[in-house]
Ligand binder design. Sequence first.
Ligand SMILES: Cc1ncc(C[n+]2csc(CCOP(=O)(O)OP(=O)(O)O)c2C)c(N)n1
Ligand SMILES: [Mg+2]
Length: 357
Amino acid sequence: MSVVAQFEIHHSRFLDEHGRAVEGLPAFARDPANLVALYRCMVLMRAYDAKAIALQRTGQLGTFASLLGKEAIEAGVGSAMTQDDVFLMTYRENGVQLMRGVTLKEMLLYWGGDERGSDYAGPRRDFPICITIAAHATHAVGVAYAMKLRREPRVAVCAIGDGATSKGDFYEGLNAAGAWKLPVVFVVTDNQWAISVPRAKQSAARTLAQKAIAAGIEGVQVDGNDVIAVRHAMDQALAKARSGSGPTLVEAITYRLSDHTTADDASRYRSPDELAEAWKREPVLRLRTYLTGLGAWDKAKEDALLKECNEQVQAAAQAYLDTPPPTAEQMFDHLYAQLPAALARQRAAALGKSVEE
Ligand SMILES: Cc1ncc(C[n+]2csc(CCOP(=O)(O)OP(=O)(O)O)c2C)c(N)n1
Ligand SMILES: [Mg+2]
């Protein structure tokens, strides 16, 4: 017998949970100004998240999926992508959207059940939220195929959860991406839970990154609570995809610090000790500790930033609340360029009219 194939999965981390640099930093992270910019985005994400939950709890927003705990993944992914890339997300990536120019008001409109919230004024080619778990892995492959056919130096980035990696669509997407060497990056938020199903029951695979191996794709694992590690892995994966060298799967290890959504109560299925342990590794404090140690951050700056973020979020919430609700026929206006006849009839009925056949 001989060994015909051997694989390794590498884990990377630059900042440990105490906010100490444990590796030589990549070039972008050696300039504290770049890290401060990422930190500011992460704090804004957290302020938005808290406001969205408060709006839901007071009956002013629909069910909301919190991103609490994955701010470093959001900032790392969002800052690495260019405006020409295309982002395909599930429902927990409002942070990346924010960095790509989707407005806080648009995001709140979406969670308020208003389709106009998916009609982004900013990144027009980014996809709307895909609630159907893993379905957008195949969409991402389609987008990347189009980019390759047109010889465009662009990349499709597909954000997906740990639970979603058990779905057939995910494997199908990975396989096609590998076989066709497409410019696509899969970012798996491995947050240890898929609603109430823990990571240990989700897959017997030691890592989720290794799922890439069977598709002939490179798979890497990063500490998803370390924004430098996420950003660095994304920089490498995007450059590789852009140069025609094919896809990468980035598994980012983190922890879902919130309930699954506002419709969930995670205390029914996970221990408070596990949650308390996870808070010790959280990404925002980690980066703040590092920046404070460098002398690039202090309490006055923190207070000013919190005030600024809260004001920004408050203004967006007010703009959302001041938006008149969509009229009934508008529910037909955001799915098709040309409405099929059956839906045209329903739209007319919603308007109280009839249409000619
Ligand atoms: C096809 C499909 N099946 C089931 C669901 C219900 N569902 C919503 S979220 C979720 C769990 C997803 O977990 P994971 O991929 O780990 O993402 P996370 O919520 O942790 O970010 C499930 C099963 C769905 N939305 N779509
Ligand atoms: Mg999960």
